[in-house]
Design a protein around this ligand. Structure first.
Ligand code: CA
Ligand code: CA
Ligand code: CA
Length: 214
């Protein structure tokens, strides 16, 4: 018969192991597109959005393998760099996460992605925007980052939230605080905007396994 103290040590060890496993393997998946649906996303500008079938991948391509069968194809053309994009309403307490991960499959057209995150600072579960000023967020923080789309082949982006820059200083509280306290919806929304490499050009990319992780 074990002593109560030994049992306590066993219990604490088991809890510690479980929490370590949880921290290593848990994440919040926004979309992996395996349901072959786009309903989680709204679209704007000249970006076309459609479910795409992933290309075949090399046997040792773990990113290609993790992308499964479907992804989201985003493409379009522009004569002023900006093509358009997609967005998703999240309403998520993202305090525990530290980075955004996205898998990409590019094309010869190249292009860039501008990724935007909005946290709710006036605690009302609404993103207030100024329709007369390029839809800028007026009460909540907007954080953004631009990343290059590489050409064909699967690549994985893992972007720490700390790499996102505040783009509308003075509108929200200027602090990355996507928590659900005092009525705040936390992380309100995410947008992914497609940009061309040339002022007049095309871009195309497949997006997959969009998630927040530790
Ligand atoms: Ca997929
Ligand atoms: Ca708000
Ligand atoms: Ca904030």
């Amino acid at each position: 018969m074990k002593k109560p103290r030994d049992l306590l040590v066993l219990l604490v060890t088991a809890c510690w192991l479980a929490s370590t496993a949880w921290a290593q393997f848990s994440f919040y998946q926004i979309d992996d597109f395996e349901g072959a649906k786009t309903e989680r996303w709204y679209r704007f500008g000249n970006a076309q959005m459609a479910i795409g079938v992933n290309p075949s991948f090399e046997a040792d391509d773990v990113i290609g393998e993790s992308c499964g069968f479907y992804s989201l194809k985003l493409k379009g053309g522009t004569n002023n760099w900006y093509i358009g994009g997609i967005g998703s309403d999240l309403g998520l307490d993202a305090t525990a996460y530290t980075r955004l991960q996205v898998d990409l499959y590019g094309s010869e057209a190249g292009g860039k992605l501008k990724i935007e995150l909005f946290d709710d600072d006036n605690n009302n579960n609404i993103l207030e925007q100024d329709s007369a000023a390029d839809w800028q967020a007026t009460k909540d923080d907007k954080y953004g980052i631009e990343v290059k789309v590489l050409e064909k082949g699967f690549t994985r982006l893992s972007i720490p939230f700390s790499a996102f820059k505040l783009e509308n200083p003075g509108k929200g509280d200027g602090v990355w605080n996507p928590h659900q306290k005092n009525g705040s919806a936390g992380l309100l929304k995410m947008q992914i905007i497609l940009l061309a490499d040339r002022s007049n050009g095309q871009a195309e990319v497949n997006l997959d396994n969009i998630l927040f992780t530790y």
